[in-house]
Design a protein around this ligand. Structure first.
Ligand code: ADP
Ligand code: MG
Length: 250
């Protein structure tokens, strides 16, 4: 089988039956998600439904008590976070996503921690092609950036390693709606357009559906529904719970 054919068969990210939590009782149970290269797959659900826990279990921040995670066909279950990064998984957590005292350039260099020093400049150029705004503030401390700029830096930092899979935890939290829209429509979509698989957790269901190829719905630590934006927008339950009762997406 050629490399291309294998890539078509294997999802960039495939997680099956993930069960994980922080103590004895699991917080998420038997959750399976899949994301193909070049697509944006979203996870929506109410606060506390286990979305962040799912991402932590996928990245090795939290050890899953059951289930299997595969990246490009390779079993990466229970790898430590650094090995996950080497395997092609980039994770942008909801908080603590940049080093505030360091400059934008230093943050990007740290994001390239697995690279040889001479690989850094071309990778920084690559990141600036996706996030041109960062190019105007390379010597600014990350702590001085606006919320939207800071999130671009967090994503850019992860992009330094050109991961096959991006896991984004509520990148638009606390951003003004217009900035959130730009981040989703321009930047998140562009990561997928450049070939990555993007699994994004969002509270803004309507906005994220608009950029998603497929969406999973979590509730109470379990997967409740999944489908294309058009399918979910045709579900009265989904519309009532997540789209404010107005059928305007899809
Ligand atoms: N570090 C933690 N220790 C113990 N319980 C946690 C921790 N983080 C989250 N939880 C619990 O796990 C459940 C799911 O939380 P989380 O995955 O953060 O949900 P979401 O991201 O969907 O809002 C919640 O009941 C929350 O209180
Ligand atoms: Mg969360």
């Amino acid at each position: 089988m050629s490399a291309e054919t294998q890539a078509e068969v294997q999802a960039a990210l495939q997680a099956d039956g993930i069960t994980a939590g922080y103590g004895r009782d699991p917080v998420i149970r038997d959750v399976s998600v899949r994301a193909e290269a070049g697509t944006v797959v979203s996870v929506v659900g109410p606060n506390g439904s286990g979305k962040s826990t799912l991402l932590k279990a996928l990245t090795g921040v939290l050890s899953a008590s059951a289930g299997r995670v595969q990246v490009q066909g390779r079993d990466v279950t229970r790898l430590a976070p650094e090995e996950m990064a080497r395997a092609g998984v980039g994770y942008v957590p909801q908080v603590d996503d940049v080093f505030a005292p360091l400059t934008v350039r230093e943050n990007l260099e740290m994001g390239g921690y697995l690279l040889h020093r001479r690989e850094l400049p071309p990778r920084i150029e690559h990141v600036l092609a996706v996030f041109p705004r960062l190019g105007t503030m390379l010597s600014r401390p990350a702590g001085k950036l606006s919320g939207g700029e800071r999130k671009m830096l967090a994503m850019g930092r992860v992009l330094m390693l050109q991961p096959a899979v991006f896991l984004l935890d509520e990148p638009t939290a606390n951003l003004a709606p217009a900035i959130a829209g730009t981040l989703l429509n321009d930047h998140v979509r562009q990561l997928a357009a450049r070939g990555a698989a993007v699994l994004i957790v969002e509270q803004r269901a309507r906005a994220v559906l608009a950029i998603s190829d497929r969406t999973y719905v979590m509730g109470g630590g379990e997967l409740r529904m999944q489908g294309t934006p058009a399918e979910l927008s045709a579900s009265p339950d989904f519309v009532a719970s997540f789209l404010g009762g107005h059928r305007t997406v899809g």
